[in-house]
Design a protein around this ligand. Structure first.
Ligand code: ZN
Length: 276
């Protein structure tokens, strides 16, 4: 049905001409897209522009939320599935995006396995729920553009992808037919084991410690590295990196080092105390 998607795209562009100048400006400021060749950038702009017309952004009044800001979010979403066919890159549960100025607090009430209720306040920079909106902190979105291993937009939309299986984020998104669930499980279990071993020993974790809080967070954090610090993920967990190259059908590290000298083209990663 590729012809149908092409026809729909052509008709859409006739009604909504692509804002190429705004797109070029946005992509020039996003290191995460620096590895894309001309054809991939064109596909990203087209898909992102169509995506934008299916999104509803909500933000508090004095906050300025420009077309460029919206394109930036759409670019991140479409980057994740850029090398998947149109039929798979559909994001059926992505509609509402709530933008807040900065990190926010949530009062949480949780019951542990022994039935004991715990209450605590949690500071967050992003939040996702099945059939619910994606919440993003504007300050963190802007800061993340320049930091390796951290990207709240990619993080939250990986949770959305993860939830496509049964509405629950558990580190097990729908897989392509050529990747076995056994391999996915075994690879992520080894990474999870290594991270939790580091935490148990009180040793610094090789990637952001937040990955060791939950299997869903492990997937989301590993994908943040995959797209923003692929060299570091490959050096630390080569087997996992290879699996994600197959899963996303792309290798973001291939060209980036020649275009952006330094650690994947970003500054050093800051500490990230907040949840997401
Ligand atoms: Zn998360």
């Amino acid at each position: 049905m590729q012809w149908l998607a092409a026809w729909q795209r052509k008709r859409f562009l006739k009604r909504h001409p692509l804002p190429e100048a705004a797109w070029r400006d946005v992509l020039s400021r996003l290191p995460v897209t620096s590895c894309l060749d001309a054809a991939a950038r064109q596909r990203l702009m087209m898909r992102g522009w169509q995506r934008l017309h299916h999104l509803a952004f909500h933000f508090p009044e004095p906050l300025t939320w420009t077309l460029e800001d919206q394109l930036s979010v759409a670019a991140h979403i479409e980057l994740i599935t850029l090398y998947w066919p149109d039929s798979q890159a559909r994001w059926p549960d992505v509609h509402d995006i709530v933008v807040v100025p900065d990190a926010f607090r949530r009062h949480l009430v949780e019951t542990d396995t022994a039935g004991v209720i715990h209450e605590h306040d949690d500071e967050r920079i992003g939040e996702t729920s099945s059939r619910g909106p994606v919440v993003l902190s504007m300050n963190d979105m802007q800061a993340d553009r320049h930091h390796a291993g951290v990207n709240v937009i990619i993080h939250e939309f990986i949770h959305k992808l993860d939830m496509q299986n049964d509405g629950v984020a558990n580190g097990f998104p729908p897989l392509h037919g050529d990747i076995s669930s056994r391999r996915w499980h075994a690879t992520f279990t080894r990474v999870w084991q290594d991270l939790t071993d580091h935490v148990a020993r009180g040793a610094p974790t090789p990637i952001n410690e937040y990955a060791a809080t939950d299997p869903a967070e492990c997937l989301a954090v590993c994908c943040e590295y995959f797209f923003t610090a692929p060299g570091r993920l490959k050096a630390t967990y080569p087997e996992l990196h290879a699996l994600l190259v197959e899963y996303f059908r792309q290798d973001p590290g291939q060209k980036r080092t020649t275009q952006h000298p330094g650690a994947d083209g970003y500054n050093a990663r800051p500490s990230q105390p907040a949840s997401r």
